[in-house]
Design a protein around this ligand. Structure first.
Ligand code: NAD
Length: 366
């Protein structure tokens, strides 16, 4: 069998799989990119551009295989569509993943090449930082494209969006506690925070200042030590976090931690955190949570302040206008709970319905 035949066979196999995955989630475009000199290899997924250009961070991760990378970028870009829509901003959903080691520092040529690939989409996709990338990386990417946000403040950007994200999560968490208990006073409430990285650390700060008793865990010993020292939070083992007798579980690490194994272990009445795609399967686990009487704050709704800060960069909004958009997370969270209750559906489903309705209304006007 010739090399060409081999390649054709694998291309056919992959194409069939890509469309199989794209169609049910309704993605507009998926771009695979590869650059031999730098070893750069990744995927950009544009989910929906009805409300505006797609925007979403660039994640670098050592995926076990290509299917995992594709699945991740498709799920994350779809989440970005819902996130921007429900936040009332005029952006669509997109995301980039790079298959590689996020722990090693990649050189300027690597990131400039990524910038060139982003630029080739002519503004249909705007990038930003995500897991494994940073404002410094965006400072390099911007040498090749104007379609980049989360740039360093010194380069005219808004810098790290995480403090804004953490504040938005705090507002969503408070609204959830109000729905569950009748009051949003966090004094004495017990909150378990999984992951004290960029967002988790600042969330712990807000929670501590509000008088909550905070439990923290992290796989990274230095992040854990820093947060525990700064806020006098109680440190627990990573696997122990699901069994704690707390009021709130706040996932601020990776996705899919709310699943068939963990839900039966949870004793909290509220789940509200920063991580994207917290429900391992939104069709199954939203219902499981409702059945157990656990109130779930949809992740893409309460962690939207980071993308709102990127939107600010695209449209040169002021601080007051940006904060006004972020403060809306509190009433919108309550609105979702009301809809979910009225329609007897899981909160995630109610949030997706509202996000999709806004897109459909706009689509009809086009
Ligand atoms: P980060 O990488 O700075 O922090 C994540 C922390 O979680 C790290 O300290 C890591 O060691 C820890 N961690 C990973 N797996 C863990 C596990 N199994 N148990 C305990 N700890 C674990 O990331 P971040 O920027 O703080 O983002 C956190 C989450 O929020 C991510 O899912 C991200 O996609 C999401 N998010 C972030 C932003 C933002 O503005 N940074 C915006 C929206 C959503």
């Amino acid at each position: 069998m010739s090399v060409e035949n081999n390649v054709m066979r694998s291309v056919e196999k992959r194409e069939a799989k890509v469309f199989e995955m794209m169609e049910p989630m309704e993605h507009e475009q998926v771009m695979f990119f590869y650059d031999k000199p730098t070893g750069l290899k990744g995927i950009i997924a544009v989910h929906n551009t009805v409300l505006g250009p797609s925007l979403g961070g660039c994640r670098i991760w050592e995926y076990a295989n290509e299917s995992d990378a594709l699945w991740d970028v498709l799920r994350l870009s779809r989440g970005m569509t819902f996130k921007s829509s429900i936040s009332g901003i005029n952006l669509g959903g997109g995301k980039a993943v790079i298959i590689g080691n996020h722990k090693i520092k990649h050189d300027e040529a690597f990131w400039r090449r990524f910038g060139k690939f982003v630029d080739s989409l002519n503004g249909k996709y705007i990038t930003a930082e995500d897991v494994g990338t940073s404002t410094d990386v965006m400072g390099i990417v911007m040498q090749e494209t104007k379609y980049v946000t989360g740039k360093p403040i010194s380069a005219g950007g808004m810098g790290d969006p995480s403090p804004y994200t953490a504040y938005g999560v705090f507002l969503g968490l408070k609204a959830s506690v109000k729905e569950a208990t009748g009051s949003d006073n966090l004094q004495g409430k017990k909150v378990a925070v999984q992951g004290v990285g960029h967002v988790g650390y600042t969330l712990v700060k807000h929670l501590t200042e509000a008088g909550a008793k905070v439990f923290i865990t992290d796989l990274n010993a230095s992040n854990l030590a820093e947060a525990s020292k700064a806020f006098n939070a109680t440190v627990v083992e990573p696997n122990e976090i699901y069994d704690l007798d707390v009021d709130v579980y706040a996932p601020c690490a990776m996705g899919a931690t709310v699943n068939s194994d963990t839900i039966p272990r949870l004793k909290c009445s509220v789940i509200a955190g920063a991580a994207n795609n917290q429900l391992a399967d939104e069709n199954v686990h939203g219902h499981m949570l409702s059945d157990r009487g656990i109130l779930y704050a949809p992740d893409f709704l309460i962690n939207a302040a980071g993308v709102i800060n990127c939107y600010r960069e695209v449209h040169s909004l002021g601080e007051a206008e940006t904060m006004e958009l972020i403060e809306k997370i509190y009433p919108r969270t309550l609105e979702i709970f009301k809809k979910a209750k009225a329609e007897k559906i899981p909160t995630q489903e109610a949030a997706i319905k509202i996000a999709v309705d806004r897109i459909e209304q706009q689509r009809m006007k086009q």
